[in-house]
Write a protein of this length. Sequence first.
Length: 276
Amino acid sequence: MNDVAKPAFPLRFDNQPDQKPLTFEMNDSGRGIVLTTRGAKGETQVTFFPVINDDGPLGQMVRYMGECAQAFIGDHDNTIKNFIGDELSARVRGTYLSRFHKACNELQKIAIKEAQDVAASRAGLMAVDPASAANSHLRADALAKWNAAKQADREAIAIDDNTPHEVTAALIESGALATVSDRARDAALTRYMAQRLVAKSGSTAAHQIAPSYENPIACGPDHRAARDAAKRELDKLTARSEALATVGDMLRGLCDSMSLATGMSKHDAYRMLIAK
């Protein structure tokens, strides 16, 4: 970790006051750190270092990247005051590498592993088990009704939370959901994953109806509670996907910042900062 004092925001350093300077400015948005890079021609690049509510390796590494960013801007207090031209570019490039290179490489490895885990989880929840004697007629009947339905009715079937699991399985297996809107397809897939999560996790066994005054001898699975638990798990999976997208944006933004500050191409900045 970079052993640096936490400076107050906003931070700003520039050079060459008689012309448009290279500047780095950092602010805390409350949701993360924002590094703004401004070039001599007035170009601006904003790189966002988010706060991710994750205590695992990804969240820890993203927090460390924020610390690297604060250390990075502090490094340039003297550099961009005392150097210009190629010498300035070389020194700024060196600071990007010294502060971010190892951290970016480590973050990339962690994020790729996390992306693989999220993709595997989604693939497992999206899988359709082969038809059996017990459900093949249900799927065939569902497809026959679907094919005979009008477009509006197909949308309603796809969106309806009460559409049975085997009906949605038939629609996924046959590719029929390609004929409805994105909204309806997403609703159907989300419902199917929740239903499959309930089936795979045994949530109905874990969530039982509690006896009450109205029904002192109530018993059996609490399907609503099981569905709610499954939805919470899917929300976590969605949050992991969104965190990964933010990390990808951050890494690209950092390469763009380096490109703007040093005159390198974005692809060269990526190869030097992350891929090397």
